[in-house]
Write a protein that binds this ligand. Structure first.
Ligand code: UDP
Length: 235
């Protein structure tokens, strides 16, 4: 396998499946199967999940809500998604632990780096909920931060599109996909991969990012077997 330890970032919106809001159990079950295929082959998997399918702090603020209050709601939304994902993974027979950046001890373990790494070594999938635990951050930043902390080899950002394009492929038919691109080129060309905080943290710590389509069955395992799936952002 190409990578031994991965950090998979799933957006909250991905969990909606065909829905407009909330969680689609069918989509969750599909993700669980995809993840099982790779854990069965010995890949260590950590997951950071977003919360956009339930609540975003920015959306609250645009409706007059205090931003920090909204961000707290957003972080709790990621914990809800984490619990849902944990159930789906365990239904698929994968041992898991949910660790949160904000303490909810009756519900999940607190984030403890050494514990997280030990779980991974033992073959458990570790889901990190609650983002970074701080308002004004995103779950992309949480994904990069946790990936660096647990010494993941790569961050895999599962999205609806199959990689990074020269322009928005939904708007420009002549747009072409990059197989590889450097961090500098992403910045120079003004391409959107992650928010700037998350992207810079990844660049500074030389953590490669692969953007790929998580909704096409088999993509995750193909990517890990070294097939040319998605776009890799590297130094
Ligand atoms: N959030 C936060 N701090 C973090 C991560 C997330 O305050 O470290 C809040 C923020 O309000 C954000 C929401 O949680 O809008 C959901 O996260 P995000 O928008 O990153 O989820 P995604 O877009 O991946 O579904």
């Amino acid at each position: 396998m190409k990578y031994k330890r991965i950090l998979l970032k799933l957006s909250g919106e991905a969990l909606m499946g065909e829905r407009q809001y909330g969680i689609d159990p069918k989509r969750l079950a599909e993700y669980a199967q995809e993840i099982k295929e790779v854990t069965d082959l010995g890949v260590e998997v950590a997951i950071v999940i977003g919360g956009g399918n339930i609540f975003r702090g920015v959306a609250g603020a645009s409706n007059g809500m205090d931003r920090v209050q909204g961000d707290h709601m957003g972080m709790l939304a990621t914990v809800i998604n984490g619990l849902a994902l944990q159930s789906a993974l365990e239904d698929a027979g994968i041992p898991t632990r949910l660790q949160t950046a904000i303490k909810i001890n009756e519900v999940a373990e607190p984030f403890i780096r050494r514990k997280a790494m030990r779980h991974l070594e033992k073959g458990r999938v570790v889901i990190f909920g609650g983002g970074t635990g701080n308002p004004y951050f995103t779950t992309d930043s949480a994904a990069v931060l946790r990936a660096i902390e647990i010494e993941a080899d790569v961050i895999l950002k599962g999205t609806r599109v199959d990689g990074i394009y020269t322009a928005d492929p939904e708007k420009d038919a002549s747009a072409t996909k990059f197989d590889f691109i450097t961090f500098e080129d992403v910045l120079r060309k003004g391409l959107k991969v992650m928010d700037t905080t998350a992207f810079t943290l990844s660049q500074e710590n030389e953590l490669p990012i692969i953007v790929f389509d998580m909704n096409t069955n088999g993509n995750l395992i193909k990517l890990l077997k070294g097939e040319n799936i998605g776009t890799k952002v590297q130094l």
